[in-house]
Design a protein around this ligand. Structure first.
Ligand code: BDR
Ligand code: CA
Length: 313
């Protein structure tokens, strides 16, 4: 089984991504690392522990990480994910699991050294922890098998979600993102180009009726679906973070191209933009697989099947 670490800022779609990854039974989770992002770090930790408790997967270790971006103040988005970060779905959910004592970036480095060439890091929050890990171990890019990042937008000008050309995870800590994509790893960006097409509709959710996580998925996504419909005209909510897990599970869900990408950390207009040199104008070696097309029907079907068949442990 593919060994994975997920770096999360749980968040509604982060929760769905954790559920999809664990319930797929196709990934071996070495651990989950948490980072400040959608909501404050303490809340991210609580949400992550609660989701694991709901899944009956308290055996998965959780490592708490960076409490804010490298150089900028935190930027939380409760208006998308709710006051509690999970659309109110697990507010009183009991849990007894706790975070490990080890700092998240230290765990990433240790796990990569312990399993050289084997670990897939799926990062679905701001890249602060991952950048700190790269700073600590300059060879991390070679030690990791690959880094799959939900982040950025490369081919759809003006359709970002944090600035016209910027996506939340990159925009929140652009300096960190820049360190990571230049870190020499096999990096894939699963950006808004594809994730905005991977939409979970109210009708999809109704097909889960009678299954274990129907109530959670319905309730947690309600505020998120309303926001996505009002703000982006989607027919539901985008499965941003689950699509990054989907790519780790099945390469066929995405079509990628290998290009040179840099992150804008200086422009007042495009701070946090993932600038992709499609034409090779800068003459730089390609460093990122950028996702340009998604088979959303097959991906959403797989996501729903995994959720339908989920039994919890
Ligand atoms: C990303 O931003 C967060 O709000 C989501 O969890 C996802 O990781 C989408 O831009
Ligand atoms: Ca996220």
């Amino acid at each position: 089984m593919k060994k994975v670490i997920m770096d999360v800022d749980t968040g509604i779609d982060d929760a769905l991504a954790i559920m999809y990854g664990l319930e797929s039974d196709a990934l071996e989770f070495l651990g989950i690392t948490t980072v400040d992002g959608n909501v404050p770090l303490d809340m991210v930790n609580r949400n992550t522990l609660k989701v694991l408790s709901m899944l009956g997967r308290e055996d998965v270790p959780v490592f708490s990480g960076a409490a804010g971006p490298l150089m900028k103040p935190s930027r939380h988005v409760h208006h998308i994910h709710g006051e509690d970060g999970l659309g109110g779905a697990l507010i009183d959910y009991p849990y007894e699991n706790m975070c490990e004592a080890q700092f998240a970036p230290d765990f990433i480095v240790e796990a990569a050294r312990h399993h050289p060439g084997e670990v897939t890091l799926i990062a679905v929050g701001p890249l602060t922890n991952v950048a700190l890990a790269f700073k600590q171990e300059p060879l991390l890019g070679e030690l990791l098998k690959e880094v799959v990042i939900m982040g950025g937008i490369v081919s759809r000008a003006g359709q970002g979600n944090s600035g016209p050309n910027s996506e939340f995870n990159i925009f929140t800590d652009a300096e960190a993102a820049r360190i990571v994509i230049h870190g020499g790893a096999n990096v894939t960006l699963v950006g808004l180009d594809v994730t905005k097409q991977a939409v979970l509709t109210a009708r999809d959710i109704e097909t889960l009726k009678g299954s274990k996580y129907y109530d959670f998925i319905k309730q947690s996504t309600e505020i998120y679906r309303t926001f996505s419909m009002d703000k982006f005209g989607l027919d539901g909510c985008a499965l941003h973070d689950p699509l990054a897990v989907g790519f780790a599970l099945n390469r066929g869900f995405l079509r990628t191209e290998h290009h040179y990408v840099d992150v804008d950390t200086v422009s007042p207009l495009n701070y946090g933009q993932t600038v992709c040199d499609f034409g090779g104008l800068w003459g730089e070696e390609p460093n990122v697989n950028v996702s340009l097309e998604v088979d959303s029907a097959r991906f959403v079907e797989d996501f729903l099947n995994v959720m339908k068949n989920a039994s919890g442990k």
